[in-house]
Design a binder for this molecule. Structure first.
Ligand code: GLY
Length: 354
């Protein structure tokens, strides 16, 4: 029998968790029914569930398990993913803009100090999240862009490099040769009809992004969102990832949230801030992610009821509970990598709208 204290803790932390049929699956073990991700601090999660995402949280666990900070842990994990040449959504090898130039966006937030830093349209640096950390810790600013952000990076010893790989260049050349009306010129997606807005098969654009969120042994919360942004974007376009409150938000009293997907939707809805505020109001991380998708859907419904925005949200609260949800029809169940003292897990969240 659990002690009364443990039982109260258990009831307090599981009551009211997400409505969907969720699964938490320990790596290599059978799926176990669950109603939301329930972890223990210290803990680190990422929106990437692939091999690189798993390696990222495993490596960062070394920092958390030895008493290190959530801030150092999220930076290390983000760097592991940013330097992976195979990952075309972020850092080195990320897909370029329409001119064939890789422009990176990233943000970082430190709940302990209520501090934040971000870079946008940064060229030539594989690890934009580390430059965002410099903005946060070594300047009195929050967001730096383009050449100014690059100058800052160079002043701290970063060497600019070509961020295109053979694969990303080939993808860009292919796109340029086949481009038609599938670009950012013209009306925004939500004002097109459903057939045009919901592109079938291989999507014409890629919004891939990485979120990393952590709570350390002191209960301090940090997060990073980093991306090469929307592929083939118009030169200079900035997405949600470097916008504090949109692509990332951290509150040391509550937890953290991050977004991937169509940045334009996330900026207009201040979605990460919304999720953190939902958690402050008592919603579980899983519920709060679903709340954000419903909030965005309702806003578009007034303009075009057929439009379904494409976002993925991940959230982690101060107790170590977590959740994720997305609104991509036909793309399976959203996942995230989770590392705490129980080991590495792949968590499966909720596909919104099912
Ligand atoms: N969420 C990434 C972007 O829209 O750039």
């Amino acid at each position: 029998m659990p002690s009364p204290i443990n039982r109260r803790l258990f009831l307090g932390r599981t009551a009211g968790l997400g409505a969907g049929a969720l699964f938490v699956r320990a790596a290599g073990l059978e799926a176990v029914p669950s109603r939301g991700g329930i972890g223990r601090t210290p803990i680190i999660v990422t929106s990437h569930s692939n091999e690189t995402g798993q390696r990222a949280v495993q490596d960062a666990w070394g920092i958390l398990s030895s008493g290190g900070s959530a801030l150092d842990a999220v930076e290390l994990a983000a760097n592991v993913i940013e330097v992976d040449p195979e990952d075309m959504s972020v850092g080195y090898g990320g897909l370029p803009n329409e001119d064939g130039v890789v422009q990176l966006d990233a943000s970082i937030m430190d709940g302990r100090t209520y501090n934040a830093g971000a870079v946008a349209s940064l060229e030539g640096i594989k690890t934009p999240s580390s430059v965002a950390r410099l903005v946060m810790e070594r300047t009195d600013h929050v967001l730096m862009v383009g050449p100014g952000a690059l100058d800052l990076a160079k002043s701290f010893g970063f060497e600019p490099e070509d961020l295109m790989t053979e694969t990303s260049r080939a993808r860009w050349l292919e796109w340029r040769e086949n481009r038609s009306d599938q670009d950012d010129w013209g009306p925004p997606d939500h004002l097109k009809d459903r057939e045009e807005a919901q592109l079938g098969g291989e999507p014409a654009f890629h919004y891939g992004t990485v979120n990393v969120l952590a709570v350390d042994g002191n209960g301090d919360v940090s997060g990073i969102t980093t991306t090469s942004g929307l592929s083939w974007k118009i030169n200079g376009r900035v997405g949600d990832s470097p916008i504090i409150g949109a692509g990332l938000y951290v509150d040391n009293d509550v937890g953290a949230a991050g977004a991937t997907g169509r940045g334009e939707d996330v900026i207009k809805s201040c979605a990460s801030y919304f999720i953190v505020e939902r958690m402050r109001a008592g919603r579980s991380p899983q519920q709060a992610c679903e709340d954000a998708l419903e909030m965005i859907r309702r806003r578009y419904a007034k303009v075009n009821p057929a439009f379904m925005p494409g976002e993925k949200f991940v959230a982690l609260n101060k107790d170590g509970d977590y959740g994720c949800a997305w609104s991509y029809g036909g793309r399976g169940i959203p996942q995230m990598s989770v590392r705490d003292e129980a080991g590495l897990q792949i968590y499966e969240g909720v596909r919104f709208g099912d």
